[in-house]
Design a protein around this ligand. Structure first.
Ligand code: SAT
Ligand code: MN
Length: 595
């Protein structure tokens, strides 16, 4: 018997009967296994070897051109009651959903190998971690899961000990967008994904398990599964504050998690420690604080835009033992993407001779898969079984107008409203139009495995006696001036904002109360050595009251869209902010009339 766990063997047998593979391979996660798979994929063209002198151990995978991003319209949450999935999810009745996708799975692994991947999300010995088993017919998925999770024998041993695991069944099928579904059955702790080999659709430990299924589990068990990076900021006194920050896909989470301090800060002794760049599981500890782990072991980062200037740590991480997906290559087979200052593309992401008329050389959602340990800023605390204590939670999105550089929520309930109200312009991480403003509460719109109204209530429930909750902030690195250019330089300079956030947590930095929350005054932010355009800081910290009043009205309508599931406390908070905006406008109106 491959496993001591009868339920696992039975499930693998059932799947094999349905999918009819030629062989079954139980992954042990060993180096020998990885080397054999790599050799096989190089031989059959699934992987292309990159320049082994400049990029030892690095390979390139070119996906099917129609399979380059998550497919939100084909991603379903299949609960018995539709209301449990909520208007934020596409839904299908579970019996019907199983029938539909099982018909696609029938016989789909003929001529292929079925891989059984036992994995653990989080440090292998952490009580906060959760395990799963993914069955897939894609060796590329196996190779990625080996980097992104703790995969193999140790995970299997934990699964056998615990006796339970999330079941994930995946096949690349025919890579036909017409025969593609990513289905979640949270009541059965089951995922079924067919017809795509792309990261978030196929590496089932990631968004499917660690967010959609885990958010459901977290709600019933009293913790939070969030789309957040985790970063440690060490000040010159040697104290480290951990910040968890939620941004939608492709909005700079990897960059913020690996930030390099500006020169003056570096000299003063500031250090940045990376725990995670995408997912954060948090639960209250005995002392009432929230403790967080990164359930992942690697980064699946966006390549375009990554350069020495923007994210030197990421660039340093991906010089060896990295799987690149859909990047371009130079004449001597080095990986290349838009934003990389060195080198020139010769072959584009589809393997064609590069021609600018065909669009960018690298796909805008091209990715690198790399072990987190390869980041120069990697923190050994990422392996801490107890997790790290979170001082601040930060929400942010791409908001070219209206939303200031940073503000602080006045308390937890206000912070939950700020998170729920998050908006952002869409990016290339999902198929569909790019640059369209949409609400994306807590950056979880594509990932919350249940009704957003119930999710907001779950967030509010952490505010109880004995809790020592993090302060909540909102940032906006993407504000643009009238000329359409970014007002804030971003990247390493974002540390200046994080410094204010940390000092607010320590009760040191100043702030002014406004209707939307607490904002730094210009003198509260350290801007020495920062070349901002004339008037930029004032613009970044200004509040346009009438436009904010309209925004908060829109937030009210958005909360209404979840009907009875939206907690009354959140409606009350929205009304409070609306009332404060109304009274803040009154004196100004009077002044305008008087002048
Ligand atoms: O969904 S992925 O994890 O592949 C990338 C993203 O959208 O964050
Ligand atoms: Mn993400």
């Amino acid at each position: 018997m491959p496993s001591k766990l009868e339920a696992l063997n039975r499930w693998v047998d059932d799947v094999a009967r349905l999918t009819q593979p030629d062989q079954i391979h139980w992954c042990d996660g060993s180096d020998a296994e990885a080397a054999a798979l790599r050799a096989q994929m190089l031989a059959d063209g699934t992987l292309i070897e990159l320049n082994q002198t400049t990029h030892p151990g690095c390979t390139l995978h070119r996906s099917h051109p129609s399979d380059v991003a998550r497919v939100e319209h084909l991603t379903l949450v299949c609960t018995k009651n539709q209301a449990d999935a909520g208007p934020n999810n596409h839904w299908m009745e579970p019996t019907q959903a199983h029938a539909k996708i099982d018909a696609l799975f029938a016989g789909c692994m003929k001529g292929r190998t079925l891989y059984v991947i036992p994995y653990c999300m989080g440090p292998i010995d952490s009580p906060l971690s959760r395990c799963g088993v993914e069955i897939t017919d894609s060796p590329y998925v196996v190779a990625n899961m080996r980097i992104m999770t703790r995969m193999g024998s140790a995970a299997l041993a934990r699964i056998e000990r615990e006796g339970n695991f999330v079941k994930g069944l995946h096949s690349t099928g025919e890579l036909d967008p017409q025969r593609r579904f990513i289905m979640h059955f949270p009541e059965e702790l089951t995922i079924k994904s067919y017809g795509s080999g792309y990261g978030g659709n196929a590496l089932l430990g990631k968004k499917c398990h660690a967010l959609r299924i885990a958010s459901w589990q977290a709600r019933t068990e009293g913790w939070l599964a969030e789309h957040m990076l985790i970063v440690g900021i060490e000040n010159p006194q040697g104290q480290t504050h951990y910040i968890a920050a939620a941004f939608p896909s492709a909005c700079g989470k990897t960059n913020l998690a690996m930030l390099i301090p500006p020169e003056g800060y570096r000299q003063a002794g500031w250090k940045v420690w990376t725990i995670g760049d995408d997912i954060c599981w948090m639960r209250p500890g005995a002392d009432g604080r929230l403790y967080a782990i990164n359930p992942e072991a690697g980064f699946f980062g966006v390549a375009p835009g990554t350069d020495h200037g923007t994210n030197p740590n990421a660039l340093a991480s991906i010089q060896r033992d990295t799987i690149y997906t859909n990047v371009a290559v130079t004449a001597d087979l080095q990986p290349w993407w838009e934003g990389l200052k060195e080198g020139a593309p010769v072959t584009d992401w589809q393997g064609r001779p590069y021609d600018p008329a065909n669009g960018p050389a690298a796909h805008p959602n091209s990715r690198f898969t790399v072990s987190a340990r390869q980041a120069p800023s990697w923190s050994p605390k990422a392996e801490d079984a107890q997790g790290v204590p979170i001082s601040a939670i930060v929400f942010g999105g791409r908001r070219p107008s209206l939303v200031p550089l940073v503000f602080e929520a006045r308390d937890w309930a206000h912070g939950v409203l700020v998170g729920a109200a998050m908006g952002s312009e869409t990016t290339a991480a999902a198929t569909g139009a790019v640059g369209v403003m949409r609400r994306d509460s807590m950056a979880m719109k594509p990932f919350c495995g249940y009704n957003y109204g119930d999710y907001f209530a779950h967030w509010l429930s952490f505010d109880k006696a004995g809790a020592k909750l993090p302060k909540i902030f909102h940032v906006n690195w993407f504000r643009k001036g009238a000329d359409g250019k970014f007002l804030w330089p971003g990247f390493g300079e974002n540390l200046r904002v994080l410094e204010w956030i940390i000092e607010r947590c320590e009760g040191r930095a100043g702030a002014q109360e406004t209707a939307i929350g607490l904002l730094p005054r210009a003198q509260d932010l350290h801007t020495q050595g920062l070349a901002l355009r004339e008037g930029a800081l004032d613009e970044l910290l200004a509040i346009d009251l009438p436009r904010w009043a309209a925004e908060v009205e829109d937030i009210g309508r958005y909360l209404d869209s979840f009907g009875e599931h939206t907690p009354a406390r959140l409606h009350a908070e929205q009304r409070r902010v609306a009332a404060e905006l109304a009274s803040a406008q009154t004196p100004q109106k009077r002044a305008a009339v008087a002048s």
